[in-house]
Ligand binder design. Structure first.
Ligand code: ADP
Ligand code: ASP
Ligand code: MG
Length: 425
């Protein structure tokens, strides 16, 4: 008998029928002798719709009010799931983030969990009920509702699993686990049986939407085993844990992220302190700069490019409208249609030649590289947005990641991929 936290994402609870299926699955786990705590996301695209509503009222909705609004999505699904469990003759109790004791810092829209007080969850379990917790939300020290960033129900699940010392945190979604790449983009992506925290964290941070990076970070810190699996089948999924039993491949997986933009500042005087001035101003306006490229200087002037999340672009523009003139640079231009493609693998550390092979592959496929960045276990390149899918697919093949079977389910259009990537942030 195990103590299991089972988190169901938006697709898994998108309709009354699906909620009933989740209830049946939870009841089955209980019948098998397990103790189970459910965590739910909002139904289907509810969160997107609520964001849309807020933007229709106010282009820049106050963060505190937005969090309050967004938290309602999960409160609908948690109560419906509890009702569905009760309809099967089993006891269930739903809990908001506050009731579940999820305490966070005060950073609205992107709050960090600082404490989990699982008293009510423990007592519900002791009464034989299935606790159903609203994901994605917590409460700050002022008693205000906060949310944990898009995809944040994953983090709720991991935090609760840690709090109640669960044996495993099962994260159910619409795919059978973590693949070598998004199977909707690369149909020959392979499902991984296991992946280390380090590789998973790097993939999640680089845009693999299947698990929220905060959740993986939390799991790594507190050694919570995650089992990513499908809500629609009983197949074993992917275990995210410290030491995978299998031999490490050079490349574990490929992620891509279309949510960043590239900004180039042209005609920047090549003198001491100018870069410091530019990037201090951007940081001062909360622009999270990712990659930076400085060209060689010509006649005392150079070009500097950087990438940042698309969401930060309005603040980047606001900053540059002012600073470009102040440092006597000529102008800046924005390229919104780019994609960052990242190869990830702990095995990269001990295997030279990954960059050479990646660049050769891209070159042979006429894909121009706009920027490069590396870490010991990641190589990222920025390419034109229109070539993103092709880049991911040819790299996937070149690094021997293709599976013999083909993922048959719905493949995504470029727009749908972009929307998914935005959501993961
Ligand atoms: P949920 O709404 O249940 O949280 P998500 O949409 O957040 O589910 O995550 C599942 C989706 O993640 C899949 O539908 C898939 O398209 C996408 N995805 C991106 N990268 C990967 C990957 N490496 N492996 C599996 N799925 C991935
Ligand atoms: N409902 C939230 C979102 O769509 C949280 C989640 O699904 O994990 O981002
Ligand atoms: Mg998710």
């Amino acid at each position: 008998m195990s103590l299991i936290v089972a988190k169901f994402g938006g697709t898994s609870v998108a309709s009354p029928e699906r909620i009933k299926n989740v209830a049946k699955r939870l009841v089955r786990m209980k019948q098998e002798g397990h103790q189970v705590v459910a965590v739910v996301s909002a139904m289907g695209k509810t969160t997107d719709e609520l964001v849309g509503l807020a933007n229709a009222i106010n282009a820049n909705p106050p963060a505190r009010e937005l969090d309050r609004l967004l938290s309602t999505g999960e409160q609908v699904s948690m109560t419906l799931l509890a009702m569905a469990i009760e309809a099967l003759g089993y006891k269930a109790m739903s809990f908001t983030g506050r009731q579940a004791g999820i305490e966070t810092d005060g950073t609205h829209n992107k709050a960090k969990i600082v404490k989990v007080d699982n008293e009510r969850i423990e007592s519900a379990l002791a009464e034989g009920a299935i606790p159903v917790i609203a994901g994605f939300q917590g409460i700050d020290k002022n008693g205000d509702i906060t949310t944990l960033g898009r995809g944040g129900s994953d983090t709720t699940a991991v935090a609760v699993a840690w709090g109640i010392k669960a044996d495993v945190c099962e994260i159910y979604s619409d795919v059978e686990g973590v693949y070598t790449c998004d199977p909707r983009v690369v149909p020959r992506a392979k499902k991984l049986d296991q992946i280390s925290y380090d590789d998973m964290l790097e993939l999640a941070s680089a845009g693999s939407g299947v698990l929220q990076s905060r959740a993986v970070e939390f799991a790594r810190k507190w050694n919570v085993v995650i089992h990513s699996r499908s809500a629609f089948s009983d197949a074993e999924g992917t275990y995210v844990k410290e030491e995978p039993d299998m031999e490490e491949a050079v490349i574990t997986g490929i992620a891509h992220d279309t949510s960043e933009v590239k900004v180039t500042i042209r005609g920047v005087p090549d003198s001491t302190g100018v870069a410091a001035r530019l990037f201090s101003s951007l940081a001062g306006n909360m622009v999270s700069v990712d990659m930076i490229i400085q060209n060689i200087s010509l006649d005392g002037y150079t070009d500097i490019s950087f990438t940042c999340p698309g969401a930060d672009l309005p603040r980047a523009k606001e900053t540059l409208d002012r600073v470009v003139g102040e440092v006597n640079a000529r102008e800046y231009v924005v390229d919104e249609d780019i994609a960052k493609v990242s190869l990830v693998g702990t095995g990269m550390k001990s295997s030279p030649g990954v960059a050479a092979k990646a660049f050769t592959t891209l070159g042979e496929n006429q894909i121009n590289i706009l920027a490069i960045s590396t870490s010991p276990i990641r190589l990222s390149v920025v390419v034109d947005g229109a070539q993103a899918t092709q880049a991911v697919r040819c790299l996937h093949t070149a690094f021997g990641l293709d599976s013999d079977s083909v993922f048959e389910e719905k493949q995504l259009s470029a727009e749908e991929i972009a929307a998914k990537m935005m959501k993961g942030r």
